[in-house]
Design a protein around this ligand. Structure first.
Ligand code: NAD
Length: 256
């Protein structure tokens, strides 16, 4: 019997087959989980629907996490069909390319608010609507990056948003623990995806891993997916509020 047999959950953040959320979904499905997928808009639906259907998903719903109403509608639909859920994967982030390409001091007020809204506040809003469906406890997982705790070149406003996301993880964990809902965050190393293409120098950051990370390689979507399986399953039953690095050990070393 698979580790996730009998468990159901929602995956937010698949854009295409390169998405980290897709790597996570494949691991969860292989372990027996039943999955619902959300997509941002109609043009992404065309990519997400066939991927979701290839993992036998019957619940494929629109959800712009910039709207509380949209999040509420999505989880209402999930509740109508499934009644309860066991996990949610939040693999969503956004910052305007303009803001990511400017010096940090030139970050726009609107761009700052937008990056924090979509990339950090959305975890709070998603948890608000998902938690009532986790009637037997559950697991909420999101994705962060080292730029939250170090000033990584070009990561800029997204680093600030990830710091907020990690803090939200701890506050959500503190509040939802009594409902047996665990809230954790995976800090992934750099991986080539659509979102990563917005950050200048990503290719170089990935190459740097091959030489400098203790494991002498960059991680990929499968590495993150396997750790996500740990967090979404009962294997991590005693773990909450954790920022867990899946980066080949890079965050633990200093190169001098
Ligand atoms: P991706 O582009 O495949 O995924 C980002 C997703 O966010 C997309 O599916 C996009 O549709 C979604 N999104 C953006 N705005 C949204 C909105 N308003 N409502 C709903 N969805 C919205 O890229 P990815 O690299 O797989 O990113 C997934 C997560 O992993 C993000 O949180 C990202 O910051 C994080 N992360 C990525 C890396 C990396 O190097 N790729 C490293 C660490 C953490």
């Amino acid at each position: 019997m698979g580790l996730m047999e009998g468990k159901r959950g929602v995956i937010l953040g698949v854009a295409n087959e390169m998405s980290i959320a897709w790597g996570i979904a494949q691991q969860l499905r292989a372990a027996g989980a039943e999955l619902a997928f959300t997509y941002l808009n109609e043009s992404l639906e065309k990519r997400v629907r066939p991927l979701a259907e290839s993992l036998d998903s019957k619940l494929i719903l629109p959800c712009d996490v910039g709207s509380d109403e949209a999040i509420a509608t999505t989880f209402k639909e999930v509740e109508k069909v499934w009644g309860k859920i066991d996990f949610v994967v939040h693999s969503v982030a956004f910052a305007s390319r303009d803001d990511l390409r400017r010096p940090f001091t030139e970050t726009s007020r609107d761009g700052f608010a937008m990056a924090l809204d979509i990339s950090a506040y959305s975890l709070v809003a998603v948890s608000r609507y998902a938690a009532p469906l986790m009637t037997d406890g559950g697991s909420i997982l999101s994705l962060t990056y080292l730029g939250s705790v170090r000033a990584v070149p070009n990561y800029n406003v997204m680093g600030v948003a990830k710091a907020a996301l990690e803090s939200c993880t701890r506050y959500l964990a503190a509040e939802l623990g009594e409902k047996k809902i665990r809230v954790n965050c995976i800090s992934a190393g750099p991986i080539r995806t659509l979102a990563a293409s917005g950050v200048a120098g990503m290719r170089e950051k990935i190459k740097y891993m091959d030489v400098h990370a203790p494991l002498r390689r960059a991680v990929d979507q499968t590495d993150v997916g396997k750790s996500a399986l740990y967090f979404c399953s009962d294997l991590s039953s005693g773990v909450t509020g954790e920022i867990h690095y899946v980066d080949g050990g890079f965050s633990t070393i200093v190169n001098v």
